[in-house]
Design a protein around this ligand. Structure first.
Ligand code: NAD
Length: 269
């Protein structure tokens, strides 16, 4: 079965990679995509927009023109994602959300939307990062209580939220495994006289520079040794290809709220 897919926010960094990944996938037919009404790329060939040659499918500025899609993919902005989510609820369309930076309350709202449509929220669609989440769970169980835990992340200069959604999810996985409340134990950056480290804290450090695609490391450090679990993305295509795995999986799912752990079968590993 071929799955009809539309990309919301086609002209973005991820949008262009999603067009390429969708058009290269044997089980996916790219049927359209949106750009903002003010965009220079309105009614523009999707393939030419992505720099992969003519595809014969054009962008639109109105999501209502995408009713023929089985699954929509959203890597846009928080505000736009909620507009797209409401539309998918109304039309019972499956939605893969890759946009990041949602508050806890906003995530709850997205979870609730799963009652009306299949919704998958993935702050990071890379297969490696989702395996990293599993490795963090295992490591936290084994040595988390005896370790100083710190999370480092680095991204390109254009990224709008910090720490990254992936870093926050890493912290959440570790905190949940150790029975800690991330809101209480997270320390975001340090400056001045900070006193000795509280062993129950989980520290976050952020770098924004140049064209770094995405780097994440969790440190589990003790006196005399340190375990580092790292992931480095070297191309946005890794996120786009992961998003296609999410699309294929979500196309067969009932209404509900899902994540990449469901897609990759990592929940019960
Ligand atoms: P970007 O700014 O390059 O692209 C976003 C695009 O969405 C822009 O072109 C913008 O015009 C478009 N857009 C916004 N609202 C729209 C609307 N209502 N209709 C049509 N187009 C609209 O940003 P980016 O680097 O592509 O990242 C987008 C989001 O994806 C960010 O939240 C980023 O953190 C996230 N991201 C997630 C992953 C992941 O694996 N889940 C990977 C990379 C980036």
């Amino acid at each position: 079965m071929t799955i009809k897919v539309a990309v919301l926010g086609c002209s973005g960094r991820m949008g262009r990679n999603l067009i390429q990944a969708a058009s290269e996938h044997s089980k996916i037919a790219l049927v359209g995509g949106t750009v903002r009404t003010s965009s220079n790329f309105a009614d523009f060939d999707l393939g030419e927009l992505a720099g992969i040659g003519h595809l014969g499918v054009n962008t639109c500025t109105d999501i209502n023109q995408l009713k023929n899609a089985d699954v929509l993919i959203d890597f846009t902005s928080i505000e736009s994602t909620f507009e797209h989510l409401a539309w998918c609820q109304q039309h019972n369309k499956a939605l893969v959300i890759g946009t990041t930076g949602f508050s806890d309350q906003q995530v709850e709202q997205i979870v609730l939307a799963g009652q009306d449509a299949p919704v998958l929220l993935a702050p990071n669609t890379s297969v490696g990062v989702n395996l990293l989440f599993k490795l963090l769970e295992i490591t936290s169980k084994a040595i988390g209580d005896d370790s100083d835990i710190e999370i480092f992340e680095a991204h390109h200069r254009f990224k709008k939220d910090a720490p990254s959604g992936t870093a926050m999810k890493m912290g959440q996985v570790i905190a949940d495994t150790l029975g800690r409340d991330l809101n209480e134990c997270a320390v975001y950056g340090r400056e001045g006289i900070t006193e000795e480290r509280d062993p129950n804290t989980i520290g976050f450090a952020t770098v924004r520079a140049g064209d770094i695609i995405g780097e994440h490391t969790a440190f589990f450090a003790n006196l005399g040794e340190r375990l580092e679990i790292s992931h480095r993305a070297t191309s946005r295509m890794t996120f786009a290809q992961g998003a296609m795995k999410a699309v294929i999986w979500l196309a067969k799912a009932d209404n509900g709220f899902y994540d990449m752990q469901d897609v990759l079968g990592l929940k019960h590993l």
